[in-house]
Design a protein around this ligand. Sequence first.
Ligand code: BDP
Length: 682
Amino acid sequence: MTMLPIKKYLIYFFFLLPFFGYAEDGSQLWLRYKPVDAQTQKQRHIRLQDKHETALLAKQELDSYWRGPSIEMHLDKKAKRLKEGYQIKGDTSAVYLTAAEPIGLLYGAYHLLRLQETKADMRHLYIEEIPDYDIRILNHWDNLDRTVERGYAGYSLWRWEELPHKLSPRYEEYARANASIGINATVLNNVNASPQILTGDYIQKVKALADIFRKYGIRVYLSANFSSPKVLDGLADSDPLRKEVQDWWKVKVKEIYQHIPDFGGFLVKANSEGQPGPQDYGRTHADGANMLADALKPYGGLVMWRAFVYNPTEEDRAKQAYQEFVPLDGEFRDNVIIQIKNGPVDFQPREPFTPLFGAMKHTAQMIEFQITQEYLGFSNHLAYLAPLFKETLDADTYSEGKGSTVARVTDGSMFRGEKTAVSAVANIGEDTNWTGHHFAQANWYAFGRLAWNHQLSSEDIANEWIRQTFTNAVDFVTPVRQMMMDSREAVVDYMMPLGLHHIFAFDHHYGPEPWGDRKGGRPDWMPWYYHNADTIGLGFDRTATGSNAVSQYYPPLDSIYGGINSCPESLLLWFHHVPWTHTMKNGRTLWDELCIHYDRGVQQVRGFQKTWDKLQAHVDQQRFLEVQSKLKIQSKDAVWWKDACLLYFQTFSKMPIPYDLERPVHELEELKKIKLDMTHHN
Ligand code: BDP
């Protein structure tokens, strides 16, 4: 039978529809608003008296995309308690948006659009939002040659060679995306900072970016290399107590503010992993930070001084930041904030919180999270990080008794610094979809939302992100949200369950190498330093019989973590060296439990593949296929991790992998031969 030509074309049309009709590449992030038609624009009005460029931007976003009733925007400079927040009142006939600052109007506009895009009930609106942290800042680890340290989404967004003359449209898109989730600051360059960033030429380039970001409420900060005076202008040294050095910084800071009047300040990595710092001259971290703080003070600038310091000594790496900084409590200027990584070692899939939080009661502290997945499968693995961020924020430090959560010791509700802040290392690059993996966009989004309101739940953030980024169809939202909620724990399970940490391939941080041992390498960069596997058991003894890191936690945490039976099992091998035959809470041996966790991680990723494949009809073809192929990689990697760790640890435990679990498919000796090429998985 021959088909009528028209029918044939129809078939082609339907077949090709998914490819053309819905093509999306992720470049729009969660901002997939559809412009309203002229008719709607005529019927409803977006009213605004103010002429501030940021307020006008808010009006413009609503004019273009708001489908609801007319909106009255109002700037009430007296409503200071709102800070950068806003108030929304309204019903089906009118909406009133009030803010104390123009940026509050913009944030309020994005809030309304978020409600619209997620199909929220907007019949009666009474919303008041005040941000939990004053400064909500991204840290870019971007180098001036446009490589990105621990970046897995292509080259840096900042095209330094073209700046300040040529401006990529992505600068503004970046600013808009950040504003839409409340991020109001950015550090443009790597903490391993090139001194060049502070030259006159680069200040012009930075100014060009700051000029674009300003209208979106984003302030620019820079990572400063402590040796800049010596390197850039040939001073004899960069000793912070020498007047010539102090004057050099004062002149430099003045030059920056001449071009960037709202410059935020400096982020500094000093005396850490080979970076220069005040200790090179026998001075303290406080001496170094205060010198910079004094230079910035007249302009309202801040110093974010990192506590990520450790040296290859006999002392447990996890204890060193605390030992270094606690004695300096109270010595820092009030425009210094100590920036502390969420965990005491280094952005592992799971760590306890850093005991420094709450331990310096006279020094402002801020958290540094990592959005980029340096230790969670780069941009190949799906790992939704809101649960990780929340785990730290909600952790109780007991510093002033029960309820002294990390969130509360940093958000100003317990200790008052000049400004409160929260930061995270960005996962953004030049890739079309910005973050390498479509689902990694959710981690940028989640950081912004939690920096604004740390009480939001991970589920709610996932929910609104999915609805805006993909679709409101419940058949899609529900399983995808479940997959996201399970994903971080799945990574922990197939990489480093029960408190294991840092057993990665040397310096690579992607694949497993629990056997790793580089001749002459720093012991605190070797996996065995962390897992301590031997014929008796596994794990790092951080109790009183070991490094006694538990003593850095306030009671009762010190004894909770210190007891092999009271320690949460999710952190057991972080704090204890546990016999292979130790009985876990469920009655299994440690060895069996370890095997079961690794196996569960693998099974979960396979479950994600099934979930995703079933949802094809809900997703445009490009994003569907791209996520599908990343899940294949993740699935293979999970088996690789499981086999590598179990086969290696089995050489110590000498116990069988429980027979009802899937058997290894690799030979240990083959896995040992894998040498990861640094660029291989980027
Ligand atoms: C580690 C990274 C390294 C960073 C360092 C830091 O491996 O690239 O420079 O942290 O935070 O996680 O300074």
